[in-house]
Design a protein around this ligand. Sequence first.
Ligand code: SF4
Length: 241
Amino acid sequence: MSIDPASAVMAAAPLSSIAAGPGEPPEDCPLCPRLAAYRAELRTLHPDWYNAPVPPFGDPEAWLAIVGLSPAMKGGNRTGRVFTGEKGGALVYETLLAMALAEGDYGARADDGLVLDGVTMIDAVRCVPPNNQPTRVEARTCRPFLEAPLAALPELRVVIALGEDAHRSAVKALGGKLPKARFGHLAEHRFPNGVRLLDSRHPTELQDGAPVLTAEMFEAVIARALVLRAEEPTGALRSPE
Ligand code: SF4
């Protein structure tokens, strides 16, 4: 079946009441057959889970977008909110709370009342992949659903990519070229439209069984994003030159 991602709209209200707007994939998006089949299997096994493309979560006036790769089976796929209930979710959301970029409490559930201030969270691949690993074809197929919410943020100035796979999707969604924008923790890339991309290790990445991203390291990433924000003038995301 062929559907133009750019014209796909929500066919029905999502399974939980999280904001979804124009340019969002339908609840039964069929564009990645492997992921659609996995979603159907999970709906049968866990009918009380969200089991649908996970929408962005955050502030529609965000200056900062944090891009992850894809929802975890028992994380965003279960709760319906990006990074919520996932191993790295507490580190990300608690850091945003500590740095006054969120209000409330992170309760690892979509109805915990957490509100982000100036920040939006987006998964580059909206559907849960088997073994937490989408293919590059799936990442490319879902890219319009990353480009659209980024383009819809009028105040966007900084994008943080969590991990190398999210970095690849973010570079392409922002109109960049990968050979020129190599991934590295705290590496920075500036795009012709004025948006800065700042790389971070992924909060669930392990080395010798230990997390490679600590809360202090992620605080430093957010602190750098705040500096980059101050350097860039406010303005809508412009088309790459
Ligand atoms: S990952 Fe994206 S493009 Fe693929 S099925 Fe899900 S919503 Fe559709």
